[in-house]
Ligand binder design. Sequence first.
Ligand code: BGC
Length: 772
Amino acid sequence: MRVKRAMGILALAALGAAGAAAAPPAAGGSADDARVKARVEALLAKMTVEEKVGQCEQIAGAAIFPGAPKPDEAIARGAAGSLLWLNDTKKFNELQKIAVEKSRLGIPLLFGLDVIHGYRTIFPVPLAMASSWDPSVHERAAAVAAKEARAAGLHWTFAPMLDIARDARWGRIVEGAGEDPFLGAAMAAAQVRGFQGPKLGTPDRVLASAKHFAGYSAADGGRDYDPAYIPDAQLHNVYFPPFKAAVDAGVGTVMSAYMDLNNVPAAGNKWLLTDVLKRDWGFKGFVITDAMAAGSLVTQHFARDRKDAAFRAFTAGNEMEMASGPYPEHLPALVKEGKVTMAQLDAAVRRILEIKVRMGLFENPYVDEARAAQVIGAPEHHAEARLAAQRSMVLLRNEGKTLPLSTSLKSVAVIGPLADSMTATEGSWMVFGHTPAATTVLAGLKAKLPGAAIAYAPGPEIRRDFPSMFDAMFPGGNKPAQSAADADAALQKAVEAAKGAEVVIAVMGEEANMAGEAASRAMLDLPGRQEELLKAVVALGKPVVLVLLNGRPLSINWAAEHVPAILEAWEPGSEGGHAVADVLFGDVNPGGKLPVGFPRSGAQSPLYYARTTTHAPDGSPFAGKSRYWDVLTTPLYPFGYGLSYSTFSYANLKPAAAQVRVGAKVAVSVDVTNTGTVAGDEVVQLYVHQKAGSDSRPQRELKGFRRVALKPGETQTVTFTLGPDELRYWSSSQRKWVQDAEAFDLWAGGDSNASLHAEMTVVPAAAAAARK
Ligand code: BGC
């Protein structure tokens, strides 16, 4: 990939021009829209074909490819609309000056970069943020990330990633909201609001990019970049909803995905990018390919050559091309030959210029270099990051009330290869050039227990069996492997440390480069010798707490039976170590819930709760214990699951009316009570099941959730609304959206196995009206 990227840049040196297809930009109507339109049309009227194509090209910042040609010349020639893979405030101004003062039309550049879960202040990874089941936390995190990124001179983030992931083997599950489209859509909209603010051009915010459209997460075998075969019904009902939510929330750009979707590359997929996204959903922004994806159409044996690739990517609906060069190389000729019309090129350029105008780049092209130091890493950002980490942690097990621990502990052993790893604490996807700087769990524990003796021993190291193509960019990624003898000694040392302590805190899981792009796994167990170490310390008979740092669900089957307390801390970010200590010592009562079930084995993947079933649902006489004879069918921990230091009970689940018309809404309420002795949060979840219909319907689907804070003994009534948005679905048999008049089961509770049950019936609109 690095090589490919470098080649992309080299190709760019010879720049020409580019462009894409599709519908006209926002029709608008307001004075603001008229102003934007006038400015865009005035520019367009002056542009040459090459300049138009230039706006459609995103070039790579030379910073990450030493020796690559400098982008200055292309920018001066008007041959670049945007730039990525550069993270240098001063340089941004230098390049922008070239665009604004030296290029013929002075059109400013958009500087884009992957700011996924923070710029300098790092928030928990998106999968963790989804575990908060609190969209407001995710919105604020995105706003902080935007503020820091903008202060650094960036305008555009390639986030949020909205791929619904039901296969934990796929490493990029870490970047999304997990397995469920309803939760995913809520988190999608929250992130768009957080990144962009109420409208494009809001100060301190950035342009967002909903990615990867669409189906990337359904790669065969969980292997990153492999093809996805997704039936229409699943695309519409599962994979699209977060993207639709992002579009409805006003996302300015969408990134098309790499892989083949039903044998048509997503980047060359007109149905996806033009018919669904722009025609059906009315998306008014622009689409950018993923990195090198246009050129990759040739590798995918879809396009004949790079010219054909440019043609197909452009006419499919990618207005902008990321860093591989086929647009500048071939679009001008395609226009000249009439294969791409000037109207198509203009339509693409309009969308891009419109975003630039709305972002205020023409008025404010430069970044205030002095301000960056005041904004980036501000104390209030760290406070938000700590809160987000606290809220995203999920307590998986707490036998005999092992947790919370007492702060009067005198000796604690902190073991495991991730206990003092800043990279594992910050997690996957740091911005280019980021220096790890997190408070590790070890540091957090030391701060929490200043008087205690803390023995630290990491045990054997963990590493990937096969290196990542990104390892060179990963701090420590290239360090030589530990010898077997050193690993044995490290294991022994960790056991010795545990022997001398009152409590053992084992910090284990996956290093940051074990999840993310090009980080698929076949097995989902604890890598390396972590479980061996865990067994050895549990055998000592002391209280052991397992803190997991990881970017995907793990099959921790042994731990789930033998380790008394397990906290899923995910990759919790800059303040992760403090937040872990806050939870372990009871300053914070954990209230996060899993946004994805934990499989018992990688071989169960894909695994998700909202599935349809044939005649033998689990528990029926035909089912047996499992569909497998060697592993249970059920997940180790179900979707929506998470414990608290308190307990909660549910009662009085009822729809406001037993019958609701097709198209109408009904309120559904449930009482939740804190039955424990401490205050805590519970995520109240509402699941529905349509008993019959045009198509088979999933056994359960999440259709409402709310995180509530309850004092001991307190009861709250939580009310959800069910209406056509929640009850309709795209039907395979009808080939359209339907809302059936059918009977429904409802369940409410604290996870996807919720047992409190009620029923309601949706009746035909006319029949209900007639009965009135
Ligand atoms: C990833 C995208 C990312 C892009 C730019 C690609 O390899 O798939 O998610 O935005 O690189 O860095």
